[in-house]
Write a protein that binds this ligand. Structure first.
Ligand code: DC
Length: 211
């Protein structure tokens, strides 16, 4: 069986760490699809373009390649905010679909995390998990990450960034952030990464046991 696992949820919900660990557990590939949108935004800006420009976004999306996704500059909050602006453009989303579906269809299978994996990219994934956590817990996580890297971002700014991004990602018309009807829900507010992984594995094993 080519196992496909879809992990969706808002920024800093813990979905990326979870997806990576689940992929390691099954020995299959992992794609953080947020990196694709982050790379598109980076490339539009690098070409002197506007993040709302449909043609610039579509061209950058068509040109995205795997090697450019390892750029550490893609990880910061500015890149995330810019990514959520290009992610509203339907032509950008369409241009990134093939890349994601080809990745998901690879031999052995894959874990993909994002906002629309269970609803649009892989609607027939074997397991779909929608990961959430309170706004405050997510801002606190981001704050601790930034502190550890010696970056002077305030908790209040991070909380505002998370709320703005949630509103944009769930309010857009094209493939909004949404739990698929058959998604399993996991709230990580009170869980550390190990507990979140254990809880996710229980959900996955129960679901796969019934397939
Ligand atoms: O997961 P992330 O924070 O790296 O994602 C950055 C932005 O990219 C997010 O705010 C919205 C967009 N995104 C999306 O629209 N669809 C996805 N599957 C993944 C990310």
């Amino acid at each position: 069986m080519t196992l496909i696992i879809a992990i969706d949820g808002p920024a800093a919900s813990g979905k990326g760490t979870l997806a990576r660990r689940i992929a390691e557990h099954f020995g299959i590939a992992w794609l953080d699809t947020g990196l694709l949108y982050r790379a598109v935004a980076r490339d539009v800006l690098a070409n002197g373009g506007d993040l709302e420009d449909v043609c610039a976004g579509e061209a950058a999306a068509r040109a995205v390649v795997a090697q450019s996704l390892t750029d550490p500059a893609l990880r910061g909050p500015r890149a995330g905010d810019a990514a959520s602006i290009v992610a509203k453009i339907p032509q950008v989303r369409a241009a990134l679909l093939d890349y994601q579906r080809t990745f998901a269809g690879q031999e052995g299978g894959a874990v993909l995390d994002g906002r629309d994996i269970g609803t649009v990219v892989c609607p027939s994934a074997h397991v779909k998990i929608f990961v959430t956590a309170s706004d405050e817990a997510r801002a606190r996580r981001r704050y601790l990450e930034h502190q550890a890297r010696g970056e002077g971002v305030t908790y209040d700014d991070l909380l505002a960034d998370i709320r703005r991004r949630d509103a944009r990602d769930s309010g857009r018309a094209a493939a909004p952030m949404l739990a698929a009807r058959d998604a399993l829900h996991l709230d990580t507010t009170e869980l550390d990464p190990d507990q979140a992984f254990d809880a996710a594995m229980q959900l996955i094993e129960t679901k796969l046991g019934g397939i």
